[in-house]
Design a protein around this ligand. Structure first.
Ligand SMILES: Cc1ncc(COP(=O)(O)O)c(C=O)c1O
Length: 386
């Protein structure tokens, strides 16, 4: 170990490690020691990637698609994404404004690097996904948290009052990780009005749009006045169970931002792996039956889990999307205490809510990307200790 000099940059010293990974790693260690741990920690569908998608990528690889591709991605894939955004999201997308990235996470990182100066403020809704805060800080920005109301579908409370002359962007995520909230048009309109009135960019993270139970997903970029200022972020990880492929994308209508981000891509990633992009074309243009089956299965799990949690006394409204439950566990302690008790006494691994923002202190997050049998067993174990 080197001494007497701090080799770590200030930028990185400002960033916390991922709370999600910390707890899933602890669960994995226990499993490695032979403990029968049931995991609800990671945001990863437990289904295989559909075969038609794997076949398309494998065929491309064997056909020699193993070299660099264009920096923003294959023309055909960008076209397929533009069509999807037009059809599913009512976004007037052009293929030339789309960039493929190694996961939506990297897209988020690059967007912050491209747009945020030291001291710029970025509005986040509390609670929210862990990486927004980190990516804002790594870019030198300041995350500003707007509280949400858990009794009103986690609706942001008075977002406009948090805007200052330094605010540059609002990050909006629906369906939401960690709450599973799916926001309706009145919430979107309120946020859109704030963005228009204060000339802000909006990052719309729509990665869970397909994992939705009955409600309609609306893209904020489709609202009046929002076409140019909305960067729409999406990817293949969740809808097509392709987490390990690392493939996300962004639609960036503002040409200056697209150009800046392309610079980062060209000097860092280069391009996303060429042959996997053929799998992505198949994902978008091929049959969608696996997606429908997966969502149906998630819905069943959700119903069993939420019902069971409420019976135990973990207060949890029915989430409308994603595959997360975010119960209030304050009856039994704070989120971290309950997480520790669950892991030690029931061998059930969850993530404490504080990792998703201050408001999450009395919450824990369950990712129900695990089988119905395991959910039932976990609930039985939990009933014994609470
Ligand atoms: C809200 C949200 N956005 C983006 C991502 C990133 O997904 P990926 O990098 O796998 O495309 C995740 C992953 O957990 C997420 O929960």
């Amino acid at each position: 170990m080197l001494e007497s000099r701090d080799f770590v940059s200030d930028r990185l010293n400002r960033v916390e490690g991922s709370a999600t990974l910390k707890y899933s790693n602890r669960a994995k260690e226990m499993k490695a020691q032979g403990e029968n741990v049931i995991e609800f920690t990671l945001g990863e569908p437990d289904f295989p990637t559909p075969k038609n998608i794997c076949d398309a990528a494998a065929e491309a690889m064997y056909a020699g698609e193993t070299h660099y591709s264009a920096g923003p991605g294959l023309a055909d894939l960008r076209e397929a994404i533009a069509e999807k955004l037009q059809k599913d999201n009512a976004i007037d997308a052009e293929a030339s404004s789309i960039i493929l990235t190694p996961g939506a996470k990297q897209a988020l990182f690059m967007l912050m690097q491209s747009t945020i100066n030291d001291g710029d403020e970025v509005i986040l809704f509390d609670p929210c996904w862990v990486s927004y805060d980190a990516c804002v800080r790594m870019a030198g920005g300041i995350p500003v948290y707007v509280p949400t109301d858990p009794t009103d579908g986690f609706r942001p409370v008075n977002p406009e009052s948090y805007i200052t002359p330094k605010t540059k962007m609002i990050v909006f995520n629906s369906p939401c990780n960690p709450t599973g909230a799916v926001y309706d048009e009145s919430v979107l309109r309120e946020i859109a009005d704030v963005a228009v009135d204060h000339n802000l960019l909006v990052l719309a993270d729509e990665i869970y749009e397909k994992i939705i139970y009955g409600k309609k997903h609306i893209s904020i970029g489709s609202l009046d006045g929002m076409a140019e200022r909305t960067v729409t972020l999406n990817g293949f990880s969740k809808a097509y169970a392709m987490t390990g492929w690392r493939l996300g994308y962004m639609h960036i209508p503002e040409p200056s931002v697209f150009k800046a981000l392309s610079k980062i891509q060209s000097h860092s990633v280069g391009n996303v792996t060429t042959f996997i992009q053929y799998g992505a074309i198949e994902a978008l243009r091929g049959p969608q039956d696996d997606l429908a089956a997966m969502t149906k299965e998630f819905k069943e799990r959700r119903n069993i889990l939420i019902d069971g949690l409420n019976k135990i006394g973990f207060r949890c409204p029915m989430p409308d999307g994603a595959f997360y439950a975010f119960p209030d566990v304050s009856e039994f302690g704070n989120g971290e205490e309950v997480t520790t008790k669950l892991l030690n006494e029931a061998k059930v691994a969850v993530v404490p809510g504080f990792g998703f923002g201050k408001s999450g202190e009395n919450y824990v997050r369950f990712s129900y990307a695990t089988s119905v049998d395991k959910i039932r067993e976990a609930l039985e174990r939990m009933e014994k200790i609470f």
